[in-house]
Design a protein around this ligand. Structure first.
Ligand SMILES: Cc1cc2nc3c(=O)[nH]c(=O)nc-3n(C[C@H](O)[C@H](O)[C@H](O)COP(=O)(O)O)c2cc1C
Length: 137
């Protein structure tokens, strides 16, 4: 199994490359997306809320490029059930949380699971797998 990490600033070329080669899993990870120019020389990547929309857009792009055939790990700014739900609807079938845990604490995991269950019920879906890529259907 190969894990490949794609970050939003390189979204077009990276996503296309990932879609075109034989990779089993794709990890959409953090980046320097959205940094003001004055921070561009800083080392490290961007994490948390500023990354959220960009990483969700990259998940959606990757899902479309692979027609839902590639398992995608969604990561970037997940700190609420809604943020998790958006990643799943965009095409993520597994989620990773880092910064959200730092700010919200370990109870975040339970809140996200309960929130996802509520959303499944209100969308009349019997399994989370049915929500993966829902935005594209
Ligand atoms: C302090 C810190 C250390 C990290 N170290 C790594 C790392 O070693 N390898 C990696 O692939 N990503 C690393 N990341 C990126 C995270 O795995 C994640 O992709 C990114 O933080 C976006 O998710 P988040 O918004 O939930 O934090 C790190 C992030 C943070 C904040």
């Amino acid at each position: 199994m190969t894990l490949s990490s794609a970050s939003p600033p390189r979204s077009s070329s990276t996503a296309s490359r990932i879609a075109g080669v034989e990779i089993d899993r794709a990890l959409v990870a953090s980046a320097r997306a959205g940094l003001a120019a004055r921070w561009h020389q800083e080392s490290g990547g961007l994490s948390g809320a500023p990354l959220r929309a960009r990483s969700t857009a990259l998940i959606a792009r990757l899902w479309r490029l692979t027609e839902g055939e590639l398992p995608i790990i969604g990561v970037g700014g997940i700190d609420t059930p809604q943020a998790a739900w958006e990643k799943i609807r965009a095409g993520a079938s597994l989620l990773q949380v880092y910064t959200g845990l730092v700010y919200e604490g370990p109870a975040l995991a339970g809140r996200i699971c309960r929130g996802l269950l509520e959303r499944l019920r209100s969308n009349r879906l019997d399994h989370l797998a049915r929500a993966v890529g829902l935005d594209h259907r």
